[in-house]
Design a protein around this ligand. Structure first.
Ligand code: AMP
Length: 459
């Protein structure tokens, strides 16, 4: 956020990040600078955990400045440690850069080696530092910071939505494929960049527009909002992550003018059309399965119900890095309401099955609560391939759909029947937008790297 009236931005950034907490729960941070003050003086605070665990009113109070950047982290490259928390703050001859990155680079290991051979010393193991380094280095030979961002974009490959804070400008950039979202908002005399529009609603800002795939936007008090489209590619080549609509994003967000809520309702409707089953009640696995369950109910006429109580004090279980932690988390997070499911034939909808841990527990919970039949419908196709572009997907061998038929999976998770969304439906749920379906089809918009980039830096 950049407030041209000179007001402090840290607390607004905090609430904006709070609305984006679902995107990452491992660590968080805010870095701010005073554009009227000494060039390059940045105050920042980062820590592990959720925002309300990491920040206190006192820590926020100390962050004085009218320009700032914040981040909540979900790791795809680099381990979950305090050093790897973002935003990254980098001091160099031209001042200070603050950087927040969402996505995953596919050529980070090469770029990192190249930089290391020329003397670079890295402080973190995340690919985002490679981006920061490139921008800082290019800045020495560029007239402006946006030019340096553009030159860095010529080198980095993969998925990135970036926010760069320079001493006097705020820059947003989205990779040419548009894998990850990024949008622009405005409140009074301040501009905001955020991953999802729900963050703008939360802080009372109005939605201006999405940053286009490949676009660099430059925010400064002299010129307001400027745009550089020299990195944009043809619309047909765009490859937005469809999993944002299926799972990641909040349903009250719009990404590239498509409502996340609508796409989930549609997925549920298509499931009801393509994979019908006779039952008494449709229920969702909270939260991400709820919209699709509603869609299924609307289309099939089978009543929609609430079968689970979710303990809202726990985060998304998947994000806990260890399998053992995840298993026990399902019970901590959800409990079935016996009164609702007893003696009923239930259709349970979830957004995805990855390892199958969640489904297995949930199906068991429903049976223990007295369900007569449990039919599972999944509002995405079977998860079969790795993601190189910012979604954390376990190794192939751990994916329950790997080398298994739908009947076999159904047997493993203990359902009476199982149905997935058809691949052909994916572009229909996002109003025909160009999407990446790599995790379901193995077809990627960019050739995936030969070396396994997952955890590369830890080896
Ligand atoms: P699993 O228990 O491994 O089958 O995980 C499936 C559950 O985790 C689903 O209910 C999703 O809501 C959620 N999920 C799926 N993919 C991801 C991901 N890449 N990151 C975080 N959560 C996910």
């Amino acid at each position: 956020m950049y407030d041209f009236d000179g007001n402090d931005v840290a607390s607004t950034i905090y609430y904006g990040l709070f609305a984006l907490q679902h995107r990452g729960q491992e660590s968080c941070g805010i870095a701010v600078s005073d554009t009227m003050g000494p060039k390059g003086k940045v105050a920042s605070y980062k820590d592990m955990g959720l925002l309300n665990e990491a920040f206190t009113p006192e820590t926020l109070e100390k962050l004085k400045g009218d320009i700032g950047v914040g981040h909540v982290r979900y790791s795809t490259a680099g381990s979950s440690t305090r050093e790897n928390a973002q935003p990254l703050v980098l001091n160099y001859v031209k001042g200070t850069l603050g950087l927040a990155h969402n996505g995953n680079l596919i050529n980070a290991p090469e770029l990192r080696r190249e930089l290391e051979y020329t003397g670079a010393i890295f402080q973190t193991t995340i690919d985002s530092e490679v981006i920061a380094y490139h921008i800082a280095r290019e800045r020495l030979n560029s007239k402006t910071v946006e030019e340096a961002v553009g030159r860095a974009m010529d080198k980095i490959k993969g998925a990135y939505s970036l926010i760069v804070m320079s001493p006097r400008k705020l820059i947003g950039a989205r990779d040419p494929f548009g894998f990850r979202p990024l949008c622009i908002g405005k409140r009074d005399n301040a501009y905001i960049l955020a991953s999802e529009s729900c963050a703008l609603d939360t802080i009372g800002a109005s939605f201006v527009r999405d940053v286009e795939p490949g676009e660099i936007v430059i925010i400064s008090p002299e010129k307001g909002l400027e745009s550089d489209k020299s990195h944009c590619i043809k619309k047909e080549e765009h490859a937005r992550c469809v999993f944002e609509y299926i799972y990641f994003a909040r349903p009250d967000s719009y990404i590239d003018n498509v409502s996340v809520y609508n796409s989930r309702i549609l997925a549920g409707k298509f499931l009801a059309m393509d994979s019908p089953v006779d039952a008494d009640l449709v229920v969702g696995v909270p939260e991400s399965g709820n919209c699709a369950a509603m869609g299924y109910s609307l289309q099939s006429g089978i009543p929609y119900g609430t079968a689970f109580v979710k303990n809202t004090y726990v985060g998304r279980t998947f994000i806990k890095p260890k399998q053992k932690t995840r298993e026990s988390s399902v019970q901590v997070k959800l409990n079935a309401i016996r009164e609702v499911v007893r003696d009923k034939r239930i259709i349970i909808i979830d957004d995805s099955i990855v390892r199958g841990t969640t489904s297995d527990r949930i199906v068991r919970m429903l049976r223990e609560a007295g369900a007569k039949e449990v039919h599972m419908r999944v509002s995405s196709p079977p998860f079969l391939w790795p993601c190189y572009f910012g979604t954390d997907v376990p190794a192939k061998e751990q994916l329950i759909a790997h080398n298994r038929s739908i009947e076999e999976i159904s047997g493993l998770i203990g359902t009476d029947s199982l149905g997935y969304l058809k691949i052909e439906r994916l572009s229909q749920i996002v109003d025909g937008l160009e999407i990446c379906t790599g995790c379901f089809t193995g077809r990627y918009p960019i050739e995936p790297p030969e070396e396994d980039i997952r955890g590369e830096f830890e080896k």
